[in-house]
Design a protein around this ligand. Structure first.
Ligand code: EPZ
Length: 444
């Protein structure tokens, strides 16, 4: 059980009665896919680092505990504000790493900072959601390109390196994690690193801004190239994490799926422009204000669409599941081609048990180049709508699908029992309180 500063209360079972529009306000805090990486950046310095707008989510608690286990300090100096200091960091022991890998994908990102400080870093096995194999070959190859040597002894793999050397690296695919891996390693390498085919997600830009505050020299160039000039040392930071655009999109989909109206405080248009375009195209409407964005259904009916997920600035794969729930309520036939993960439609089976009409295909139903065509992965979906949904018993398989089941249950007639809901707490702070605040009927 995590004992971190941001230990999130685990809720394992939730019974929801649907059929009512969700109306009211929710407030976003720091982005789940930004906060833990920024916390890892604090390992690159011995100075105090302050991180603000911190959500109480499991990944923050896991990384807090991991930093402490490495000899670092993490204190919640006031609600939502963490102070970290890695002055007394110790090399990571295998047992320590074993405790944390398997729970999250974040520990792999400590390789760069540990190599820079100690010349050695164990390679964790990885956890995270069940949405595909999620290997780390891009990470390892990039670190080897920077001069690290992999020692793979019967699953106790570790990396060693006297001093990381800047290099020209091209990612096979614009992987978010591998891009973060290279950035966190190259900032302390000797010389310049030019990373091409890099991911450009807003959460990566937030991490780059933190590193720039610490003294790093990183430029984001055209054609997905990120250039990092290695520096000898880095100082502390004081940073307010960006809000969670993925959570904002989930609430936006909940609004139109239940024909309600939700104001998402702190949502930023700049982070969500592709999502907002597609949202409008299917019949969603929104009003952008300084304090946030309000979402509702523009008219009586939602419209079907053809959609492909992609790396940023494309339609982010993490928008896909909640968006499909809304498409089950849209008039006509929608097509979704998931090009980032090979198995990110696992949640569809339960949706069909709730009355949805979704068929999965191995073919690439879209124009984007995709790594999964003809490789026996059902990574395209055809959704026939609108279909009335009814309650069901559902086990949550992963974070984003978990929230999507919540949306489906709230759009359905009757009661649904969701189990394994602790997975949703990984990324959605105070979910129960937020749902109650929007008028959701939760049978305790
Ligand atoms: C990050 O995962 C996010 N997680 C994911 O969000 C998000 O879906 C994903 O980026 C894509 O945007 C966090 O930031 C903690 P990738 P990451 O490396 O970095 C393959 C959520 O719900 N790949 O961009 O692990 C991989 O299998 C989570 O918030 C390799 O083959 O994603 C996938 O098919 C889910 N080898 C594709 O690349 C590697 O070494 C994209 O993965 C690494 C990745």
């Amino acid at each position: 059980m995590t004992t971190g500063a941001a230990t999130a209360r685990k809720v394992e079972t939730m019974i929801l009665r649907g059929g009512k529009p969700l109306e009211g306000e929710v407030a976003l805090r720091g982005a789940k896919n930004a906060l833990p990486k920024i916390m890892v950046a604090s390992l690159l310095t011995g100075e105090k680092c302050t991180l603000r707008n911190v959500s109480q989510i499991v990944d923050v608690a896991i990384v807090s505990d991991m930093i402490r286990a490495l000899g670092g300090e993490v204190r919640e100096v006031e609600p939502g504000v963490l102070e970290m200091c890695a002055a007394d960091l110790q090399p990571m022991e295998r047992e320590v790493l074993r405790e944390f890998s398997g729970k999250s994908r974040i520990p792999i990102l400590t390789c760069g900072p540990l190599l820079a400080r100690f010349g050695a870093a164990p390679v964790p096995s990885l956890g995270g959601c069940r949405i595909g194999t999620r290997p780390v070959d891009f990470h390892i190859r990039a670190l080897e390109d920077l001069g690290a040597t992999l020692h793979d002894e019967m699953h106790d793999a570790y990396l060693t390196c006297e001093r990381l050397q800047g290099n020209k690296i091209r990612l096979e695919y614009p992987s978010v994690g591998a891009t973060e891996q290279v950035i966190l390693a190259a900032v302390r390498a000797e010389g310049v690193t030019e990373l091409s085919n890099a991911a450009m997600e807003p959460e990566i830009m937030d991490l780059i801004m933190v590193l720039q505050k610490m003294g790093a020299i990183i430029s984001v160039d055209v054609d997905r190239v990120i250039t990092i000039v290695g520096v000898r040392s880095l100082r502390g930071f004081d940073h307010t994490a960006m809000p969670d655009r993925l959570e904002a999109a989930s609430w936006a989909c909940a609004a139109i799926a239940t024909n309600g109206r939700i104001f998402v405080r702190n949502a930023k248009q700049f982070h969500m422009m592709t999502f907002l375009n597609r949202y409008r195209q299917i019949g969603g409407d929104f009003r952008v204000m300084n304090e946030g964005i309000e979402f509702w259904r523009a008219g009586e009916r939602l419209r079907s669409t053809a959609l492909e997920t992609d790396v940023h600035p494309g339609f982010t794969t993490d928008y896909q599941q909640p968006f499909v729930i809304a498409l089950t309520q849209a008039e006509g036939i929608s097509i979704v081609h998931e090009t980032v993960y090979e198995q990110r439609f696992g949640y569809v089976e339960a949706l069909n048990r709730m009355g949805a009409k979704i068929q999965l295909y191995r073919e690439c139903l879209g124009g984007l180049r995709c790594r999964f065509g003809q490789r026996n992965y059902k990574h395209s979906a055809v959704i026939v709508g609108p279909t009335p949904l009814h309650g069901a018993e559902i086990e949550i398989p992963d974070l984003r699908a978990g929230f999507s089941y919540v949306i489906a249950a709230l759009a359905a007639e009757g009661a649904s029992t969701l189990t394994n809901t602790g997975l949703i707490e990984r990324g959605y702070e105070n979910l129960m309180e937020k749902l109650k605040g929007l008028g959701a009927e939760i049978v305790e």
